[in-house]
Design a binder for this molecule. Sequence first.
Ligand code: ANZ
Ligand code: ZN
Length: 778
Amino acid sequence: MDRYEPFEIEKKWQEFWERNKNYKVTEDANKKKYYLLEMFPYPSGKIHMGHVRNYTIGDVIARYKMMCGFNVLHPMGWDAFGMPAENAAIANGTHPAAWTYKNIETMKKQLIRMGFSYDWSREFATCDITYYRWEQWLFLKMLDNGLVYRKKSFVNWCGSCQTVLANEQVEAGLCWRCKSEVTQKELYQWFFRITSYTEELLEYCDKLSGWPEKVTTMQKNWIGKSEGAEIIFPLQKGNGHIKVFTTRPDTIYGATFMSLAPENPLSVELSMETPREKAVKAFIEKNIKQDKAALNADDFEKEGVFTGSYCLNPLTGSYIPIYVANFVLMEYGTGAVMAVPTHDQRDFEFAKKYGLSLKVVITPKDKELIPEDMTEAYEDSGIMVNSGHFNGMENEKAAKEIVKYLEEKGLGSQKVTFRLRDWGISRQRYWGNPIPIIHCDNCGAVPVPEDDLPVILPDDVNLTLIGRSPLADNPDFVNIQCPTCKRPAKRETDTMDTFVESSWYFARYACPLHNASPLDKEKVSYWLPVDQYIGGVEHAVLHLLYARFFTRVLRDLGIIEFDEPFTNLLTQGMVCKESFKCPLHGWLYPEEVKEKVCTYCGQEITIGRVEKMSKSVKNVVDPESLIEKYGADTARLFCLFAAPPERDLEWSDKGVEGCFRFLSRLWRAITENREKFIAIEPFDGSTSLSGDIKDLRRKTHLTIKRVTSDIEERFHFNTAISSIMELLNMIYQFEIPKINDLLILRVLKEAFQTILLLLYPMVPHICEELWERLGNPP
Ligand code: ANZ
Ligand code: ZN
């Protein structure tokens, strides 16, 4: 009898697919296209279980659609620029390019070993000159169209990585990569004007019916539309005024002081020539360096300082003190807040700390609020009090009335504010796409002429410099003639945020070799938008938002003709596992534990909670060892069977074992009875059946229906697999070796072949092999 040997058959079929170029596709107007894309990986060295799961899910859908007759584009490539390459290069003395391309080679082999159906002829890495040169071209087009600008601004700065971090790359005040402290630094930065598309990006969130609602909600929150009013508070001295943005104009009668952002120029100005000048300057000096991400932390200490100046509350007619406060952001609204301690918790805490006055202007319907007795701000709805002729109104109505009144008096206006800021793309790092700009003392920032593109990232750089970009230290790169006045000038040495590359790679797969422009319009219009995109929910905000922004930029440049890049989105859950800890040796890898005991010291280990696989708690399973032990089909089946795709998957050795046993059973059932089946045709429904065999056929067809709808409607591969397992169990009830009735054998063959077809997208190697062994052509 011949045993299930996954390695041989997997190798055989992978070579077969490669030889036959099974997954290479071209545009075919007679076939319906389907573009399936998984988020491309960063080439960090080896694939991890998260990749295996993500790419297995994608592969099933791709193969399923191919079987349904679609012309399926299923590409793969590499998100190859970024800091780990530089850090690894510094640590190991290799070049980032060498490190990256070597990792790509390793990981590509691993992906091939998993049997994924990629059209490898479309593979590219974002660090390939043929890719990033077109990104530079796009940068220049965006510059021409007013979508790129340069300005000096405060940025989150990681001193250890020597780079700017986006707000979301700052986690609790620490760098997301190296965990060191983040400070604020003022630098010239290049920005993409994503805010030109704010309204459209927001509006279309509601049209993305193929996206999980939690993702569109996160996008909406990130864009952060706030409706309210801008109100003018005249200064006591001089003719100036302070403008505030508020979402609660109904509370204006309770505004008993004013808070300014430390970066607001008025903060210093208003304290000048008052006894407060020194204190204000010291406070600003201290707080300007503060990390903005910390503002959201629960234990953030609210602090402020009096400027010595006052402004007029335009409705109460009283002068109120002006403070500088560390929780007011310069980049939001107007950088100034009318503070209402009775109805805003932050202002309440601030007022208590500095002994500022409280005035209640909204009360709940059933009780009176006494300022002295309040222990927290009252932020709910209620009835207006202490608010002149607005008293007695519901506060929501008063909000509208007050804005109307202020508008009549020329003291305010309705205003919508967004949280979304322009996208700062400058990074002071080497391993990224050079920004194609030349700085000239005469002419300013001059774009590199189109004919001089690409600006090639030079190879010879010293990566171990502290405090400056390696590119800035390379005179051959930096020194250049100004394209306009021909005098000596200097190249821009910042590179682009690597999120730029992932903002349009999905379109480039339609024409990876196109060399006349970034995208071949015809090919792109055949393949795009992506029908199904699959990736981790950690990219729910930035990557997806930037890709949506770039799609609009490309559309408005006339390069593409659609609005949204990804029609359907699936965000798969994490791969989780319990962790092991030895009292002496700390966290242990699963291989370092035998029967709940540490293999080094023999002490009993404690079992930690089930959490995302990560090297930090060593609860990782290396896909390679899994494949070595059981083969790729078992690894694939486990990922699909253990949980529906959008849920977290808990690793289980028993589960993997079970998947292998199922495939072995299927293998035996077919190979042991092969002689009986090989020469006969599967049943085709031409005669009527009765008894057991009728039931079996019914089950076969019910299984087809069930699996189809599980895949088609919800991607619930786990329940699809269960029903296939049931069908196999039913077949097992027939004692095949004893059966000689041709009709029964034909129905059995139909059942077997159905199982192979249904399982094929999930475990393609074993299915191809058994299909062939039953006498079918591949
Ligand atoms: C007075 C007030 C009274 C407010 C009240 C709230 C409650 P969202 O919803 O996030 O848009 N604010 C305005 N600009 C700010 C800035 N630059 N930094 C920090 N806070 C700022 O929040 C809008 C509210 O946040 C505004 O409404 C303002 O405080 C504050 F009972 O004005 B409010
Ligand atoms: Zn010049």
